[in-house]
Design a protein around this ligand. Structure first.
Ligand code: 6GU
Length: 224
């Protein structure tokens, strides 16, 4: 898979891909992530990428021309399955969307900034608009990192047995069951005995019950 991210703040997006699981996925060649600085597509001496909005009002808007140039340049090189715009007024991200996107070949992600982008960008180029929740971030970069992480960890070969995505919270619309590690007793607090029993059918049954119980208490909305 290939992910191209268009941003006015590439520095903000570097470190998530330089550590841990995402770094390893890139090193293994399972995904490549390419950051594109929108300013490289601006014209004039000021490298202008944003401007005041027509009709007045506070806040700058990302201009269509640099975005058009950047997207068109990328599209000349390969076909994109999705061109995603990160925006708080997009569709809230969930596991199902991450699963679907993890099956794609090439995706482009445009990070919003300031008051957003010229609406004509959204009308012309964008195939999906995604939000990561009902709160406002100062830009789409951190949201793009969240989306990329959610997608990349699902690619075959990225996770090993220990970190398997199959048992994730949300993968079956249930929260994950509680987990424990050594010691089996700490300051009088014990690990549920079934987990120490070696009886794997019983352990599996306990985990399913716990997952359901946890979901009923913490996220009943997931069961509706
Ligand atoms: Cl995708 N962008 C921004 N700027 N804020 C957000 C968001 C995205 N998702 C939630 N809040």
């Amino acid at each position: 898979m290939r992910i191209d991210i268009i941003t006015v703040l590439p520095e903000l997006l570097k470190s998530p891909f330089e550590a841990s699981i995402l770094k390893r996925a890139i090193e293994k060649g399972l995904v490549s992530v390419h950051l594109h600085n929108l300013r490289d597509y601006s014209k004039g001496n000021y490298n202008q990428v944003d401007d005041y909005q027509f009709g007045g009002g506070a806040g700058m808007v990302l201009m269509i021309e640099p975005i058009d140039k950047c997207i068109t340049n990328l599209q000349k090189q390969r076909e994109y399955d999705e061109i995603i715009y990160m925006t708080p007024d997009g569709v809230p991200l969930n596991q199902s969307t991450a699963n679907t996107l993890s099956l794609k070949g090439n995706i482009m992600i445009l990070c919003g900034h300031y008051k957003g982008v010229d609406q004509r960008v959204r009308d012309t180029f964008i195939t999906k608009e995604i939000s990561i929740g009902d709160y406002v971030l100062s830009g789409g970069e951190l949201a793009a990192a969240v989306l990329s992480d959610a997608i990349i960890r699902l690619l075959p070969g990225v996770l090993n047995d220990e970190t398997s995505a199959l048992t994730d919270t949300f993968q079956d619309n249930l929260l994950a069951p509680p987990v424990y590690t050594r010691p089996s007793e700490y300051k009088g607090m014990e690990v549920p005995s079934v987990l120490l029993s070696g009886n794997f059918p019983e352990i599996e049954k306990w985990r399913e019950e716990q997952a359901l119980k946890r979901t009923q208490v913490l996220r009943p909305d997931l069961l509706e």
